[in-house]
Design a protein around this ligand. Structure first.
Ligand code: ZN
Ligand code: ZN
Length: 225
């Protein structure tokens, strides 16, 4: 059993991951191994254990609904404590507000797979936590144009919108292929209209990168950023 990871070591791993993430999202060349060897020199663990830790960070990214670094498949056995610490570090390094989704979802997954899970009493009066979510400015014309272009059909699976909104419009969600959080643009060349299933899958699915590639191949207005 190796020694417990210090916050300093976790933070250095998160910083390395976010650096790879930026390069990956810009399609810049980078060598993962050199990040691991740098960490290994500094903190004395094997390169392999840093690679595995990066996959844990990918898992936290996936819980946050974000695109993980390609080639670093999410590895889910990260305890809820570490998941929470990693998410806090990601938010701190990126200067964003912490929402606490990763710690919560890790607990859900762990509990869900327990042999015995008694029916919980729950919370009669959940307390309010007032957070400021990070918001990006958006151009309503972009959303309108993409929705109109879709003609009420999901641009990924081609199914009709699942329902009609109160305003009488087909309900589809507009997703930015390169996320705004990853400095993607709010332009029609980066946005697609999706049914809720496809939209959730693009955020949380195991094979979402295949679906993303298929969208770029199929829709000519899209440009990789
Ligand atoms: Zn769909
Ligand atoms: Zn989205």
């Amino acid at each position: 059993m190796t020694e417990k990871w210090s916050t300093e070591e976790l933070e250095a791993s998160v910083v390395a991951y976010l650096d790879m993430h930026i390069k990956d999202s810009r399609n810049e060349h980078f060598v993962k191994k050199s990040y691991y060897s740098g960490l290994s020199e500094k903190f004395g663990r094997t390169e392999k254990s840093y690679e595995y830790r990066m996959q844990n960070i990918s898992y936290v990214f996936s819980l946050m609904g974000r695109q993980w670094v390609s080639g670093l498949k999410p590895a889910k056995n990260v305890g809820s404590n570490n998941a929470e610490i990693i998410e806090r570090l990601i938010c701190k390094v990126e200067g964003k507000s912490y929402t606490g989704v990763a710690g919560f979802e890790t607990q859900v997954n762990t509990l869900k797979n327990k042999k015995i899970l008694d029916r919980p009493a729950g919370l009669v009066e959940p307390t309010i936590s007032i957070g400021q979510a990070t918001q990006y400015s958006r151009d309503p014309k972009v959303k309108a144009w993409v929705l109109r272009e879709s003609q009420g059909l999901c641009e990924s699976c081609n199914s009709p919108a699942p329902f009609t909104t109160a305003a009488g419009e087909p309900f589809l969600e507009v997703h930015h292929l390169k996320r705004l959080a990853d400095k993607g643009s709010d332009r029609v060349s980066n946005a697609v209209a999706l049914c809720p299933n496809c939209h959730r899958e693009l955020h949380y699915g195991q094979s979402n990168s295949d679906k993303i590639d298929a969208l770029y191949a199929k829709i000519s207005r899209l440009i990789r950023e």
